[in-house]
Design a protein around this ligand. Structure first.
Ligand code: FE
Ligand code: FE
Ligand code: ZN
Length: 281
């Protein structure tokens, strides 16, 4: 069974997202916890959450993925911006306990001239402040394209962060296919080798989710411009191999391609059509 969905707007609440997912034959989805540019989160509506949880059970929706605002920078040189990232993520984690047992993905941040080492230290420090032993949400570091001074372009940097987090069982990684490609990992021609490298450096057991995107730019471009499946440099066949790979096929896949709902529906149908129910390659 393929677990696949796409990024949905959270502006109308959880139940609306659940219904949208079902409409496009998705059985999971991703959403921003609040305006992607930051700012205040809408008041959580307990009856909407209740209705969603019942609807999700009924329709087999599972493993939803919350995404932190992408403007947060946990390793900013500015103490106020670091503090803002910490408070925002802490608040998100509190709210996510209303939909327990899911994942929360964030961009590690940009170190901007401080150096990777300083960036990694800030990120791990923040995680050690906000993770709680009793939480049910797993926090994911997203693999980044390496635009500017982004931390997390290479697997070693993510490993370094994970190593410094005390409550490491609450942590994992989300692999974005566009980002790793832009970061220089050739998943189109050497998927097995990239997965092997991920396993050696981070450990496949830490991989919890895949962002399934094509890339507008060539391998190693460090640009981070997503393309629709088959309309980019990675290509349709390569992304079908990602979804079917024995080490990945059990994971939830989230499309973040530039699409409206009908475009997402077509990409989900395409992946379902090419998903081999048993794969023993
Ligand atoms: Fe992201
Ligand atoms: Fe992503
Ligand atoms: Zn991206």
């Amino acid at each position: 069974m393929l677990t696949i969905g796409c990024h949905l707007s959270s502006s109308k609440g959880y139940l609306a997202m659940g219904k949208e997912a079902v409409k496009i034959d998705a059985n999971t989805f991703q959403f921003f916890t609040r305006n992607p540019r930051g700012g205040n989160a809408k008041e959580l509506n307990p009856s909407d959450v209740e209705a969603f949880l019942a609807y999700a059970r009924e329709h087999g929706i599972q493993r939803i993925l919350a995404h932190a605002p992408y403007t947060l920078n946990a390793c900013s040189a500015d103490e106020h911006l670091r503090d803002f990232a910490r408070r925002t993520m802490e608040d998100d984690l509190n709210r996510l306990e209303y939909t327990p047992g899911n994942c929360y993905n964030f961009h590690p941040g940009s170190h901007v001239k401080q150096g990777v080492e300083a960036g990694i230290t800030y990120i791990a420090d923040m995680l050690n402040q906000i993770l709680k032993p009793e939480q049910s949400t797993t926090v994911l570091l997203e693999t980044m394209a390496g635009k500017g001074s982004e931390v997390g372009r290479c697997f070693e940097e993510l490993r370094e962060i994970l190593d410094r987090v005390t409550l490491s069982s609450h942590m994992g990684v989300c692999l974005d296919t566009c980002h790793v490609w832009d970061g220089g990992y050739d998943i189109a021609n050497h998927l097995d080798e990239v997965i092997h490298e991920f396993d050696q450096v981070i450990g496949l057991k830490h991989l919890k989710a895949i962002h399934l995107n094509d890339s507008l730019n060539p391998l190693g471009a460090r640009k981070d411009r997503h393309a629709r499946i088959g309309e980019g440099c990675i290509g349709k066949e390569a992304l079908i191999r990602v979804v079917n790979h024995p080490a990945l096929r059990h994971l939830p896949f989230y499309l973040e391609t530039p699409n409206e709902l009908d475009g997402y529906a077509a990409e989900i149908a395409l992946m379902r059509e090419h998903f081999l129910e048993s794969n023993t390659i």
